[in-house]
Design a protein around this ligand. Sequence first.
Ligand code: ZN
Ligand code: ZN
Length: 818
Amino acid sequence: MQDVTSAASVSAGRDREPGPAPIPAAAPGDLLRQLRRRHATDPVTHVERVPSRAGTPAPWPGWAPEELRTAYARRGVSAPWRHQAEAAELAHDRRHVVVATGTASGKSLAYQLPALATLLAEARATVLYLAPTKALAADQLRAVAELEIEGVRPACYDGDTPRAEREWIRRHSRFVLTNPDMLHHGILPGHAQWSGFLRRLRYVVIDECHVYRGVFGSHVSHVLRRLRRQCARYGNTAGPTFVLASATSGDPAATAGRLVGLPVTAVTEDTSPRAGVTFALWEPPLLHAEASASSPTTAAPAPRRAPDAPRPTAPPGPDAEPGDLTQVRRSALRETADLLADSVAAGVRTLAFVRSRRGAEVVATSARRSLDEAVPGLGDRVAAYRGGYLREERRALERALLHGDLLGLASTNALELGVDLVGLDAVLICGYPGTRASLWQQAGRAGRSGQEALAVLVARDDPLDTYLVHHPEALFGTPVEATVLDPANPYVLGPQLACAAAEAPLTAADLELFGDSAKETVEALVEAGALRQRPTGWYWRHRERPKVDLRGEGGAPVCVVEAATGRLLGTVDGGSSHFLLHPGAVYLHQGVSYVVDSLDLEDGCALVHPEEPDWSTHARDVTSLSVVSVRSYVDAGPVGLFLGEVDVTSQVVSYQRRRIATGEVIDTRPLDLPTRELRTVAVWFTLSPESLAEAGVDPADVPGALHAAEHAAIGLLPLLATCDRWDIGGLSTAVHPDTEAPTVFVYDGHPGGAGFAERAYGTAAAWLKATRDAIDECGCEAGCPSCVQSPKCGNGNNPLSKPGAVRVLDVVLNNLPH
Ligand SMILES: [Zn+2]
Ligand SMILES: [Zn+2]
């Protein structure tokens, strides 16, 4: 460990009696200077000064009633910001609008203003508000109720609403707050009871709409179409106006338009005030082979899969031993721990965001240890914070930080979920959190009023992180990541059309609402015996409603049961169960760690016992893929780019155990699980063998070059589409039977596709350019986890050719039209 002992912290430690002594705090700029000195080579790749911004207010729109203005004035809002007024104006003109601005930019006012003004002007009009979580809906209910507008009677209507209150809400509330699941399971099937509400529905507010992505987003898009259909059936001919709130993203108007199925105007300029922040991008240095062999700091732990993530996949081939890394970066966890210790020693109140709970504990423990080495007792000023703490414990930590008894906190994103901390001066972000919205949300935790804060993004050894620290424009310029969903997914469309038919027979005119493939899908449902065609339309044939889970993946879920008590801990969708619940898997439930004893696929049940080992488990599978159909393609001479349906066959064959603190591979253990089939959507490119030879790729290197390009391409896709590396799979081969050429496939890991491959196809040039740059710009020699190695590779990262991958991608980019 390095010099955590600034003169100030030494003296502070010595006279700690009786309580914690004040440590003079360094200014953010000085702190950054201090931190940068810790390595021989400067780990900072970029410093962005995001200046503070004064807000730009706008006058209240002329139609905003006095009563509403007064109500806001009572809440301390004297005028809207310009973007709020602009969005409100559009919505009031009955134009569908999405507000895509930063966190805490006041998106609520943008929809409250037109919605409440309309409720005041039209005595019977109604508003439906949708939030992805009950907590957010409850929050918004409070905000609307506090305005105390006469006659609105806002109310939450969700699974927790007592039966006795439901009828009253349906009849009398004019501002109903709910979630898409309740709309799908409760309100739409019971539409007759809601007929009055739907007939008079003027606004549908969709908050946090960027959450509706992938398969879930595709389902929600059809739930909204079903809602529009029922409104029209009850005589609401104009239809409601949609007002959406989104995190900043690429092309929010198109995404919102796809979600609601109508043209949407975007308001993207954030005119709210904000505090200044100095943002540093930090790349941990490379370690040399000798050092990594003995040092425990070889690699960061690979991200643990969330229980709802679909199966990751990897190409077929020999099952080589992985983990044989010649050159790696210092682990982002170790780096973050050191930075946390340094910041605390400098007296700066600092919060470190770490992805996993165990990771947060490693950071806190390691920072505590190095502080104690420097000044005994100083380590007490650092703690770990995670979900799963009791409420009192959380409050005690918050208080300690507020009062300065505690200076450093390492946390998972539990803090993102509504816990309030004030008075932080610096935020360390260990690894890119996946989206710009989360990054800014985490960075936004720092900054006391009027004071400039410091934020440091510490890159993990991952191709996306590597790209971002070398391409700050991707973080600070125009957003490129878009929220994707695919309403045409037949695995979503079919069940949704069945729901619609169960609500009321489908007519030919209805089908238009559900997109081009609706006709075909309805016919398939007739053939399957789900619908019956009559002259008046298509009828649902069964007594019970179709069972459709918006968040489900298809296949029966597997129950996770604590063996000793029989307690049901949760469920995992069938598709992910092989990866997450195989015997020996470490399974996390609400922050508590369990180890799987057995998995019974027939009964759909996994038995587990509580245990907190210091390793994580990583399942690996082998995959084969065949092309079913081509949807679209680009013929670019020696290069071809394709989008189409594929069948993927995969089998989870083994799992690795890795030390959490270091990522070190302990061993690989075999598994005996059946194969599974997945029909999904893929993007793929082919190259002629001649073009590869011309580019200097030796035939023997072709498999490694394609394999390396595939890994990095998967790693970089989240730059352009809000998906996780674990949402997508890939396969590369020097000759594929269906393409008869060297080919790289990247596919959606969800039945029917989720829009990720489609987005990759649509932005192929930008996607593959970023992939090429990430590989080329990594300072390693022969490939490392920061560029071409993948933590989920079924082939143990073998073969891989880093220089070959750059050449492959150059050939593609030189031929592909931009
Ligand atoms: Zn590398
Ligand atoms: Zn691989």
